[in-house]
Ligand binder design. Structure first.
Ligand SMILES: NC(=O)c1ccc[n+]([C@@H]2O[C@H](COP(=O)([O-])OP(=O)(O)OC[C@H]3O[C@@H](n4cnc5c(N)ncnc54)[C@H](OP(=O)(O)O)[C@@H]3O)[C@@H](O)[C@H]2O)c1
Length: 238
C-alpha cells in the first residue's frame, strides 16, 4: 500500500482525488481548515482517511503540522497540493488580493519547500501541484489569482530543474485545470466545465504515468496552446 497526503482535501478536487486514491488502495491523509468537514470525511471513510486541521497561511507552524503527518504515515509516496482560493477582483480590493497571495503564494511555497526537502531526505517522492490554465496569462478578472497560479507553475518547473540537475529520484507534476465544477468555478461564460469526478480520475491517471503536466480535461491543452500564442489585444478584450 502506498501513502498519500492531500493538502486541501476537504472539498472539490482534493476531496474527490482522496476518494479515488482510497478506492485504489492508497492510504490517504488530508488537510484543510474546516474541522467539521474533516471530521465528516474521517467518519464516512470508517476512519480510513487520516485528517489534520491545517491552515497553510500559518507559515510559522506549517512545518510542524506537516512533520506530524509525515510521522503518522511513516513514509510518503505522494503529496498533492490542492489548497487554493480565488475571487473575481478587477477592482483590486487589497484585502482580497492579499488573502490570495498569502494562500496561493506564501502558503503554497512553504508546503512545496517542506515536501521537496523531505523527499530529498527520504530519497523518493512525487509532488503534485494544482496550478491552473489561468497561470498562462494575466487575467483582468482575477489579477492576483492568475499571477499566483503563474508563481506555482514556475515554482514546480524550477523544482523539476533541481531534480534533473541533482539527479534526484523525485517526480514533479503540474496539474493545469480549465474549469472544474466546484465552488471555485465562478463567473459568467464558463465552458468545458468538467465534473469533479472526471477531473480527479484524469489527475490520478496522470499521476500514475508520472506526467510533468496534466491538462484537465485533456482538451484544455488546446486552450493552453491558444493562450500561449494569443496577442495581448485578444487578452485585453476577454
Ligand atoms: N475549480 C476550478 O475550476 C479550478 C480551475 C483551475 C484550478 N483550480 C485549482 O484547483 C485547486 C482546488 O480547488 P477546487 O476547485 O477543488 O476548490 P475548493 O473546493 O474550494 O477547494 C479548495 C481547497 O483548498 C483548501 N484551502 C483553501 N484555503 C486554505 C488554507 N488557507 N489552508 C489550507 N487549505 C486551504 C480548502 O479547504 P478549507 O477551506 O477547509 O481550508 C479546500 O479543501 C485550487 O488550487 C484551485 O486554484 C480549480
Amino acid at each position: 500500500m502506498k501513502n498519500a497526503i492531500i493538502i486541501g482535501g476537504t472539498s472539490g478536487i482534493g476531496k474527490s482525488l482522496s476518494e479515488v486514491l482510497t478506492t485504489n488502495n492508497w492510504k490517504v491523509a488530508i488537510t484543510g481548515r474546516r474541522e467539521k468537514l474533516l471530521k465528516e470525511i474521517k467518519e464516512s471513510s470508517n476512519n480510513k482517511i487520516l485528517t489534520l486541521q491545517h491552515d497553510i497561511t500559518e507559515i510559522d507552524i506549517s512545518d510542524i503540522k506537516m512533520e506530524s503527518l509525515f510521522k503518522k504515515l511513516e513514509s510518503v509516496n505522494l503529496v498533492v497540493v490542492s489548497s487554493g482560493i480565488s475571487d473575481l477582483n478587477q477592482e483590486l480590493e487589497w484585502q482580497i488580493e492579499n488573502e490570495i497571495i498569502k494562500t496561493n503564494v506564501n502558503g503554497i511555497a512553504k508546503i512545496y519547500e517542506f515536501v521537496f526537502s523531505k523527499f530529498k531526505k527520504q530519497g523518493y517522492g512525487h509532488l503534485v501541484g494544482i496550478s491552473s490554465i489561468a497561470s498562462l496569462r494575466g487575467n483582468r478578472h482575477c489579477p492576483s489569482y492568475s499571477a499566483s497560479k503563474a508563481f506555482q507553475a514556475n515554482y514546480l518547473e524550477a523544482l523539476r530543474c533541481i531534480v534533473k540537475n541533482e539527479r534526484l529520484n523525485i517526480k514533479i507534476t503540474d496539474v493545469q485545470p480549465g474549469f472544474v465544477n466546484t465552488v471555485m468555478a465562478k463567473g459568467d461564460g464558463l465552458f468545458w466545465v468538467a465534473p469533479v469526478k472526471k477531473a480527479s480520475t484524469q489527475i490520478y491517471a496522470g499521476i500514475l504515468k508520472e506526467k510533468r503536466k496534466i491538462y484537465i480535461t485533456k482538451r484544455w491543452r488546446l486552450i493552453a496552446w491558444t493562450m500561449k500564442i494569443a496577442p495581448s489585444w485578444v487578452l485585453e478584450k476577454l
